[in-house]
Design a protein around this ligand. Structure first.
Ligand code: FES
Length: 79
């Protein structure tokens, strides 16, 4: 299914990019911009962003690495 019609990006492309990024760096934070960049593209109109994000959220490799969760709370507790 095509998710981004401006750049002709499919849901399969998005999942492949997320899986590749997670395999390359288990601690990376994966954002839509990074997915676009991994695919060698950049967003144009932005009209796909809601569906783009929903597709990303469907990937089990998207989760923020455990060691990077709740950092804001840790900083506040140290003050
Ligand atoms: S549809 Fe994705 S940037 Fe336009």
């Amino acid at each position: 299914m095509i998710v981004c019609s401006c750049q002709c990006i499919s849901d399969t492309d998005i999942h492949a990019a997320i899986d590749w990024m997670r395999a390359a760096d288990p601690a990376t934070i994966i954002t839509p911009r990074r997915v676009y960049r991994a695919l060698g593209k950049a967003p144009d109109c932005g009209g796909c962003m809601k569906l783009f994000l929903a597709t990303m959220r469907g990937n089990h490799n998207l989760a923020v690495p455990l060691e990077l969760r709740n950092l804001r709370g840790q900083v506040a507790a140290e003050r």
